[in-house]
Design a protein around this ligand. Structure first.
Ligand code: PGA
Length: 254
């Protein structure tokens, strides 16, 4: 086990998605060596969409893996009805889970409409405490967040309800046609759960991520920049495109 993240750099957009898919399938195969369900955290956002398309187009035949695949939600908006299309669980159902025939019984998701948010967090904590995470696939927010662990989030944080930061409200507005359509609160797994994942894949793409990727790799490890927590985790692979790496390393490995 190694706490130094491994950097994998793709020269362009198309190569980024195939590289991400190859690395993900490698992790899935390794996780399959143990018995039982393979518990995988998946992110929403624009970055992983190409990965999901690749998995559906080229790896759907691996029923030996997908039949054991169990999706674990990273985060989701709070207070929405179960059929609301903005729910991240519904987004991922559309983009990857249903196309890969992952049944609802293999999805650990937030109950967004739960009447008692603290009981809902405790329910997710209990799930995570008993089952853990085999693979965490994560995106990197331009403010350094992981899931909805916004700047200031403790590294040992548990599942909780948060108010979206101004940065996250603005980033999410792009998907739902304006700020007014973005729910103001969300559930997120805490970094305490995420940091115990057996393997982690961080996807970082585009020139707008170059500065935060550089800071994540080189700034002091601190809750002010939640993604620096990944430097304290085992088995982390960062998959980046050249544009995101431009500020991060002078001569990136390929
Ligand atoms: P993005 O989101 O993939 O849309 O850039 C990443 C994140 O905010 O976690």
């Amino acid at each position: 086990m190694d706490t130094a993240p491994t950097l994998k750099i793709a020269p362009n957009n198309a190569a980024f998605h195939t590289l991400a898919a190859d690395i993900f399938m490698g992790a899935l195969n390794r996780a399959a060596a143990k018995n039982g369900p393979i518990r995988v955290v998946l992110p929403t956002g624009s970055t992983p969409l190409g990965l999901y398309r690749e998995l559906i187009a080229h790896h759907a035949h691996r029923r030996d893996l997908w039949d054991r695949f169990h999706y674990v939600a990273l985060d989701d908006y709070a207070g929405l009805a179960p059929d609301d299309r903005r729910l991240f669980s519904n987004w991922l159902a559309r983009d990857i889970l249903t196309p890969l025939s992952i049944p609802p019984t293999h999805r650990t998701i937030f109950n967004s409409a739960a009447p008692d948010p603290s009981a809902e967090c405790a329910r997710m904590d209990a799930q995570l405490d008993s089952n853990g995470i085999d693979i965490a696939v994560l995106g990197l927010g331009t403010n350094g967040h992981i899931g909805f662990n916004e700047p200031g989030s403790a590294f040992d944080a548990r599942t909780r309800l948060i108010h979206l930061s101004a940065d996250s409200l603005a980033a999410n507005a792009a998907y739902w046609g304006g700020m007014d359509h973005v729910p103001p609160t969300a559930y997120t797994l805490g970094l305490g759960h995420i940091m115990r994942a057996r393997e982690t894949i961080l996807l970082v793409q585009g020139p707008h991520k170059a500065e935060i990727l550089h800071r994540m790799l080189h700034d002091p490890i601190s809750t002010a920049l939640p993604a620096t927590a990944l430097r304290q985790m085992y088995n982390v692979t960062i998959v980046a495109d050249q544009a995101a790496m431009s500020a991060a390393e002078p001569s990136p490995q390929t």
